[in-house]
Design a protein around this ligand. Structure first.
Ligand SMILES: Cc1cc2nc3c(=O)[nH]c(=O)nc-3n(C[C@H](O)[C@H](O)[C@H](O)COP(=O)(O)OP(=O)(O)OC[C@H]3O[C@@H](n4cnc5c(N)ncnc54)[C@H](O)[C@@H]3O)c2cc1C
Length: 419
């Protein structure tokens, strides 16, 4: 009796979160049509043409994401930006302040002759738009719900097992994009370094009495940093902002569960009346925070991507933007490799990708790690330093410019974002 023949794909992407779906779109765009690509996602992805409210998906949940200018350029090149635009709220300014202290600064897009400092999108709508475009293009095969349950290197690439599929598949290149708690990374024996921040992010949408006029607020309190990102007004004209509040675990748990009126009163006291009275809070979600970094990102036939490679503190809004720059660079390197006649899983080719992204990754991770630490200190002298640092942003245009360039993901040499 002959053995069941395994299916073969040139590339398999394991994980269809924001990074996996963006990878699928990017590779479908830059690689020749003959390159076969499969995307495998454990949860059901929305069906094609779903124009209504987005279906629930854990990777595209109630959070919102601040997309940087570099992400805009990448999505424009992928030709998904035009569709995405309808769900975006432009950040025209960022107000940075510290509760109970005098320092504050206003960063304005117009001061840098930029159209915006960034764009806020609700993850559910980002997912809906990207998946719809992926399905419409039909370039990448999508299996969902389907789970990659095992992965093992072979001489030519990787051999994979999908749940409930006895035959299994082989891939010339496996892209591991299954999130911060990546099961595949662990199974492949790739170690991680983890630095817990002892903080949780509390996330919710808030309705305000006054319009935000495209202003994002970054406010540092004794409990931890608090960001309110501008969202598009709801269909019935409700003025909304996306709250990301970083807190000690116990406070986050209490505030997630307390009655809405008590939550709003506490938040109003911390945030103040910059957007008038807070009228309503949506569903509250809580995320434990740590810096998780994979100690290896490439092996023969394997690349670890997105949160599986590096999950960052959200306060600087850099995690997904960095992952998207990785996605763009990997696409370029694989296309070059194919043009040079190299196999897609060739270690030297994958190392080329890693070399090109290394400094962007190191700089962005260090920046994301430094910002919350700088503003978490209880030491009054450090507090004074913090005020000076905030005030300094206004006094030192060079420093302020550097901060804005980081926030926009276009700091010097950040790979393909500039290209
Ligand atoms: C509160 C908060 C706010 C944030 N705000 C910002 C921001 O403003 N800007 C920014 O740039 N970044 C932000 N981030 C970071 C951003 O959310 C992450 O970078 C991004 O979600 C990473 O996506 P991912 O696809 O790598 O992982 P995930 O979203 O975890 O997706 C992994 C996917 O893999 C699937 N999966 C898992 N195992 C398997 C398997 N075995 N087989 C198949 N599928 C599998 C899962 O179902 C899931 O869909 C924020 C993060 C947090 C926590």
């Amino acid at each position: 009796m002959s053995a069941v023949k395994r299916e073969h794909f040139d590339i398999v992407i394991a994980g269809g979160g924001m990074v996996g779906v963006s990878l699928a779109l990017q590779l479908g765009e830059v690689l020749p049509p003959a390159t076969s690509i499969l995307l495998v996602e454990g949860f059901p992805l929305p069906a094609q043409g779903n124009g209504g409210a987005p279906q629930y998906h854990p990777a595209f949940d109630a959070r919102s994401t601040a997309l940087s200018y570099s992400s805009r350029l990448i999505y424009e090149r992928m030709q998904v930006w035009d569709d995405l635009c309808q769900w975006l709220c432009a950040i025209e300014s960022i107000h940075v302040s510290s509760r109970g202290r005098f320092g504050s600064t206003l960063l304005r897009a117009s001061d840098h002759q930029w159209p915006a400092l960034g764009y806020v999108v609700e993850n559910a709508w980002l997912g809906n738009s990207l998946i719809r475009q992926l399905r419409q293009r039909g370039r990448v095969e999508v299996r969902s719900p389907a789970k990659v349950v095992s992965a093992a290197p072979t001489g030519a690439g990787v051999s994979l097992q999908l749940q409930g599929d006895t035959a299994g598949i082989t891939a010339g290149l496996l892209l591991v994009a299954d999130g911060a708690a990546s099961g595949l990374r662990e199974q492949l024996g790739v170690a991680v370094s983890e630095k817990p921040y002892q903080q949780h992010a509390l996330v919710a949408n808030i309705a305000f009495a006054e319009p935000h006029r495209g202003c994002a607020f970054e406010r540092f309190t004794d409990d931890g940093p608090l960001a309110v990102l501008p969202l598009l007004a709801s269909r019935d004209g409700e003025q909304r902002g996306a709250l990301v509040w970083t807190l000690p675990a116990a406070s986050a748990g209490r505030l997630r569960e307390c009655p809405p009126e008590e939550f709003l009163a506490t938040l109003q006291q911390r945030f103040g009346y910059r957007l008038g009275r807070m009228l309503q809070v949506g569903e509250r979600h809580e995320y434990p925070l740590s810096l998780v970094q994979s100690t290896e990102q490439v092996r023969h036939g394997i690349v670890v991507m997105g949160n599986a490679a590096h999950a960052l503190h959200p306060v600087a809004g850099q995690g997904f933007n960095l992952a998207l720059r990785d996605v763009a660079e990997l696409g370029q390197v694989l296309a070059q490799g194919l043009a040079e006649g190299m196999p897609l899983g060739d270690l030297a080719l994958l190392q080329r990708y890693q070399r090109r992204q290394q400094s962007d990754q190191q700089r962005t991770i260090a920046f994301s790690d430094r910002v919350p630490a700088l503003f978490m200190h209880a030491d009054p002298l450090l507090g004074l330093g913090r005020d000076l640092a905030l005030a300094g942003l206004d006094f030192l245009p060079g420093l302020k410019r550097e901060f804005v360039r980081h926030a926009a993901g276009v700091a010097t040499g950040s790979g393909s974002a500039n290209g």
